[in-house]
Ligand binder design. Structure first.
Ligand SMILES: *Cc1c(COP(=O)(O)O)cnc(C)c1O
Length: 716
């Protein structure tokens, strides 16, 4: 029996559909649209109002609406079908994992990440890293991989993006009420709520552990907004990537050290510890401390810990690799290093980095030193990371640096439009999802009749346009100004999507290098193009905010107005609408700073080909028939030259390749037959290989299982 802390607050629910509550507390619903429909169809308006959060929904819904559903045979049929598939999912004895690793019963992977992007109603992610963690844990559940996630719940989340009339971004923070989210306090084996303690300078901080059920796996999120923490410490986990470096190191201490303690208190026995990015790397120090306390020397402890840890680095951008000044480390760790039997200097040398701006304690260096396997997130990024961290491996050439690569993927069920799923169900064969990383299965998309395929794509585009217009309307209403008179987006126009964090290396304004040329391209008679932008800049990234403002102002200019729009508040819901509804996905970062990128994978999976710089994952996927490549795979003397060249290449592609493919060669029914082939090729080549299914199979084979089978006399 599940324990509902806030049971008293729910609208009374008829017995016949009482399991709606249980379903709400398993995030399985986040990747099963048919489960979400069980709530939506009861009260569609409320469903929007609570932003697709079923817990909130069940607290606010009118009782008579629940009763109507419980008396509606059609509803009950759907209800029974969803719960049947939920039950068979949860109780399955045979899983992908048990078939492939029948002897690995004791394996447990502890997966640490500073952010988890699971659903729009749970704003505890900022961008690609979080989305990847969310997809990782969902896929682990689908495959039956025993994995427990560890992270933070940020009561104020990341921020909500608001744009003022001039297009300047400001941040809005809403308090997340724990009674509204599908989380329960984690209970230890004796049934008590778990609060862990971590030493900070001059005080102890307490973190309460919440448990989210993600399919078959659990995700533990810590919260410091509790008694008896000081007001300042209660704010510690309030915001993702908020505050100064002191706050950041404190957060990372709670994540790494507190995370290990939370797992111990709950009785978990991980055999693999995965640091997803360096934020959680302090966990290795806590694991060493445990062993030293048992009587091992530091060297023995380090060997043991290293044998069970793996690490993924996610960005070649220096600011993405945390490094703390030594005096700060001293302040936070002076009582910790004696517990490792180390001197100050020995401790500092564990992660000392002297390459940049004086000596620092680098989290990436710490994680690399204390893990058995380490990887970048695409082949190209692996190469770049080997160069970046070569100094840690004296005497080795760049190619010999032991950082491999496992290219990212996306969780198919999360990002696939229900309409496309219906098509795949009809044409890919009955159990296509059991083997969704098998490229052979995906060749069958060629059997989908062009007309059916095209009508489905048109329907998704029309949904996106309706969604975009509504979002714009809301924006103007909030600003208190009338919506524009020009037509906002048109149904039959080639539609390009560009949505991502507005980090400057992603070059959101590249398209505007030559505004006159852009105007010409977007307004060519018979071959017009429209572009939908979305994206957030980090609250402290003013250059990024200027990029947003530039795009916003461009979207007001004669010649571009109506053809370019900017949607506020890029989140998972906006992302889903865009990747499912556009015709082409645009990605033009400054090579080689995009470690992988995943949004283009989501678009391709839905039949919207990628048009991208050959950075991140794209060089591995691009075959000349499944999308377009901007620029060359080369390095430039200056950024100006690189930007100019890439912009020229992009204009050329839009004008001479992409628009003609879309508008020309239509058959008698108006279907662009050549275009449809490109879309199908995008699906067939990207969907299997750039899935989290393929990605997790790689992690198991190359990192998790080699580490898990290690003999562990010390029981790390
Ligand atoms: C997929 C996704 C991202 C990551 O996309 P990139 O290609 O890495 O820029 C970021 N934010 C949201 C909301 C996403 O859905």
């Amino acid at each position: 029996m599940l324990r509902f802390e806030h049971e008293i607050l729910f609208t009374p629910c008829p017995e016949r559909i009482a399991r709606l509550r249980e379903l709400a507390y398993n995030l399985w619903w986040t990747w099963h649209p048919e489960a979400q429909d069980l709530y939506r169809s009861i009260d569609p308006e409320l469903w929007e109002l609570v932003y697709h959060n079923p817990v909130d929904f069940l607290r606010d819904v009118r009782q008579r609406k629940l009763e109507a559903a419980a008396n509606d045979p059609a509803y009950l049929k759907r209800y029974d079908a969803v719960l049947k598939s939920f039950d068979s999912y949860m109780s399955a004895k045979k899983t992908w994992f048990s078939k492939n690793y029948p002897d690995a019963k004791d394996t447990l992977i502890a997966y640490f990440s500073a952010e988890f992007g699971l659903h729009e109603s749970l704003p505890i992610y900022s961008g690609g890293l979080g989305i990847l963690s969310g997809d990782h844990i969902k896929e682990a559940s689908d495959m039956g991989i025993p994995l427990v996630g560890v992270g933070f719940i940020y009561p104020q989340g990341y921020f909500r993006q608001r744009l003022d009339q001039s297009g300047w971004q400001f941040a809005e923070y809403n308090k997340l009420n724990f009674a509204d989210v599908p989380a329960l306090p984690a209970l230890d084996p004796e049934g008590r709520e778990v609060v862990v303690e971590v030493e900070l300078p001059g005080r102890t901080i307490y973190a309460k552990v919440y448990k989210f059920q993600v399919g078959r796996n659990e995700l533990l999120l810590m919260d410091t907004d509790i008694h008896p923490n000081s007001p300042q410490d209660r704010e510690l986990s309030a915001r993702l990537y908020g505050g100064d470096q002191e706050m950041r190191i404190s957060q990372e201490l709670v994540l790494g050290v507190g995370g290990v303690r939370a797992l111990r208190r709950l009785g978990y026995k991980p055999t693999v510890w995965h640091m997803n990015e360096g934020h959680s790397a302090f966990l290795v120090l806590e694991l060493c401390r445990e062993l030293v306390a048992q009587g091992y020397s530091f060297e023995q402890a380090m060997e043991q810990v290293k044998a069970h840890c793996v690490f993924t680095t996610h960005t070649p951008v220096p600011a993405g690799n945390d490094a703390f000044p030594l005096p700060m480390i001293e302040k936070f760790f002076w009582s910790f290093w004696p517990q490792l039997n180390l001197t100050r200097d020995e401790f500092m040398s564990l992660a000392l980095q002297e390459q940049q701006w004086g000596p620092t304690f680098a989290m990436t260096a710490l994680a690399l030193r204390f893990s058995a396997f380490h990887n970048g997130v695409s082949k190209l990024h692996g190469h770049v990371a080997r160069g970046m961290w070569q100094w840690l491996y004296p005497g080795r050439s760049q190619d010999e640096v032991p950082i491999t690569s496992i290219t990212n993927g996306v969780h198919t069920a999360t990002w696939l439009a229900p309409e496309m799923r219906t098509l795949y169900n009809s044409y890919l064969g009955k159990n296509w999802e059991d083997n969704l990383d098998d490229p052979q299965i995906w060749r069958k998309v060629y059997q989908i009749p062009d007309e059916t395929f095209w009508r489905t794509r048109q329907k998704l585009k029309s949904d996106l346009i309706a969604f975009s217009r509504q979002r714009l309307q809301q924006h103007y209403m909030r600003l208190g100004i009338p919506a524009p008179v020009w037509p906002v987006l048109e149904e039959n126009i080639l539609t390009i999507g560009f949505a991502r964090r507005f980090a400057t290396y992603k070059r959101a304004t590249l398209l505007f290098k030559d505004v006159e040329r852009l105007k010409y391209i977007l307004n060519r008679p018979g071959k017009p193009i429209q572009i939908i932008f979305a994206g957030k800049a980090h609250p402290k990234d003013d250059p990024g905010k200027h990029f947003i403002q530039d795009v916003y102002r461009m979207a007001m200019q004669p010649g571009l107005a109506g053809r370019i729009i900017f949607l506020e508040e890029y989140d998972i819901a906006v992302g889903r609408a865009l990747v499912q509804g556009v015709d082409v996905w645009l990605n033009n970062p400054r090579r080689p700073y995009e470690a992988s990128g995943t949004s283009g994978m989501k678009a391709s999976l839905n039949g919207a080909p990628n048009c991208s710089v050959l950075d991140g994952w794209w060089p591995e996927a691009y075959n000349g028939r499944n999308g377009w490549a901007i620029g060359d795979e080369r390095e430039y003397a200056s950024q100006e030259e690189q930007d100019w060249n890439d912009a020229q290449s992009l204009y050329h592609l839009l004008e001479h390749e992409i628009a003609p493919r879309f508008y020309d060669n239509r058959d008698a029914n108006g279907i662009p037959v050549e275009w449809v082939q490109i879309c199908k090729e995008a699906i067939a080549t990207v969907a299997p290989l750039f899935s989290t299914r393929r990605m997790l199979a790689d992690y198991l084979r190359e990192m998790y299982m080699p580490v898990a089978v290690q003999d562990t006399p010390t029981g790390v």
